[in-house]
Design a protein around this ligand. Structure first.
Ligand SMILES: [Mg+2]
Length: 205
């Protein structure tokens, strides 16, 4: 079996953890709706899907959320509440840094939106250290749609077993497996790090 030459990372629950209930609580404090209802409108809602597919701008997303929740703040306040939900996953950020030290090209491959990405860019220095970024809202498609995986193959200039892909979600991981990529369905940092070493992207201890 061919060994991988590049590493493609999902972002959420692989490099940064996130919790939409934090945003929901802060938005609720400035609106007429309870936090649990607000969370439903944000996390996994058709509105968020449209925003993360690039079918809706930041302003349109803000307007829809404001109309639904009665949020009283302006777009800056909304943006800071909505995006400040991330915390670093240190062991995985360290794994990424080690791959860089060993000259392995690395890429971000994420279903996301421009508010989240500008927040992460400002607050998480590791995010600058990738060769390139495949972000759903810039390509009009979300994982696990094949179109976005084709973008990864174009951007990395690799395909099949030349690619190692780490993602926590089974449907996204499966779509990678179906293209012949090496895939780690990430749950446990120790297990993922061990697998990266087995695939010889890092030296074994
Ligand atoms: Mg994820």
């Amino acid at each position: 079996m061919k060994l991988p030459e590049v590493a493609v990372f999902d972002l959420g629950k692989v490099l940064v953890d996130f919790d939409y209930s934090i945003a929901a609580r802060r938005i609720a404090a400035r609106s007429t709706m309870p936090p649990t209802d607000i969370q439903k409108f944000i996390d996994h809602s058709p509105i968020l899907v449209r925003y993360e597919t690039g079918l809706m701008s930041r302003e349109e997303f803000y307007s829809e959320i404001r109309a639904i929740t009665g949020f009283l703040g302006d777009i800056e306040e909304f943006g800071s509440f909505f995006a400040d939900i991330f915390s670093p996953m240190d062991e995985m950020i360290r794994l990424h840094a080690q791959l860089r030290e060993h000259r392995v090209p690395t890429f971000i491959f994420s279903n996301t939106n421009d508010l989240a990405i500008s927040h992460i860019r400002r607050n998480f220095p590791f995010f600058a250290n990738f060769d390139d970024y495949v972000l759903s809202y810039e390509h009009g498609a979300m994982k696990p749609h094949a179109k976005l995986y084709e973008v990864v193959e174009r951007v990395t200039a690799k395909r099949g077993a030349q690619i190692l892909y780490l993602d926590d979600r089974p449907e996204n991981a499966e779509a990678g497996v179906s293209r012949g990529w090496h895939v780690i369905q990430h749950h446990d940092p120790a297990a993922s790090i061990r697998r990266v070493k087995e695939l010889e992207l890092l030296p074994k201890d």
